[in-house]
Design a protein around this ligand. Structure first.
Ligand code: DX5
Ligand code: ZN
Length: 219
């Protein structure tokens, strides 16, 4: 059974509070917090995500799955640590060098948070294999990071399969999270490829019955 992490990026602002409440009671396992700095990706969602996390911390016990699409990860890690997230994921492509990436990984772990590395669709899994023994999960982007509501890029499914095979062959304890364009119609491909956690945003928040959609995603 996969876990579902609901992205709140595409949520309409006008009824955000009601939407968050409906998500809370829909059977999701995490709230997926998409933090964008306007540099690593074009959009800047920082203040909106900080506001949503403030609110979620007051109404929800569900764990936060923070996805940092930012250049200066250290300062954003600090900004979101206050919400005691369950997961903080950084992008391999945002680190200047190996040393900086290792510093971020260690800093997140020292703060008792699960650490993930995210890779864009064109980044090869060979570029992260050396870090797998040090992290809790890999967030495989199944769309280009930067916005919700995109179509899943099919070549990323094979990448998840290859990563899953590598993790098994090397007896590693690393979860695979897939993120972008995921809906009930394509979720089985991700499950069969070895995904443990799926991120879904618009396929849930655009649906008329969140609980039903989440149940279909979990299958
Ligand atoms: C994109 C984000 C994803 C996105 C998922 O940069 O990382 O989490 O919001 O939204 P959907 O499910 O609508 O593609
Ligand atoms: Zn995301």
């Amino acid at each position: 059974m996969v876990e579902v992490s609901a992205s709140i990026l595409s949520m309409k602002n006008e009824n955000a509070i009601q939407t968050l409440y409906n998500l809370e009671t829909s059977g999701i396992d995490y709230f997926h917090i998409d933090v964008m700095d306007g540099k690593f990706v074009e959009a800047d969602t920082t203040s909106k995500m900080l506001e949503y996390c403030e609110y979620l911390n007051s109404i929800s016990n569900l764990p936060l799955d923070v996805h940092l699409m930012v250049e200066d990860a250290k300062s954003y890690i600090n900004s979101f640590l206050v919400f005691e997230p369950n997961i903080i994921t950084i992008h391999l492509e945002s680190a200047k060098n190996k040393q900086e990436l290792l510093e971020w990984i260690n800093y997140i772990k020292e703060n008792n948070v699960r650490v993930g590395i995210s890779i864009k669709p064109n980044t090869k899994i060979e570029e992260i294999t050396e870090y797998l023994p040090l992290i809790h999960l890999v967030l495989v982007m199944t769309v280009e990071p930067g916005k919700g509501g995109q179509e899943l890029l099919l070549p990323t499914i094979q990448k998840i399969k290859d990563l899953s095979d590598y993790i098994k062959q090397n007896n590693l304890e690393v979860d695979i999270e897939a993120d972008g364009g995921i809906k009930p119609e394509n979720v089985n491909m991700l499950k069969e490829a070895g995904t443990n956690i799926i991120v879904a945003g618009s396929s849930i928040t655009n649906s008329s019955n969140f609980k039903e959609t989440v149940a279909k995603l979990k299958g």
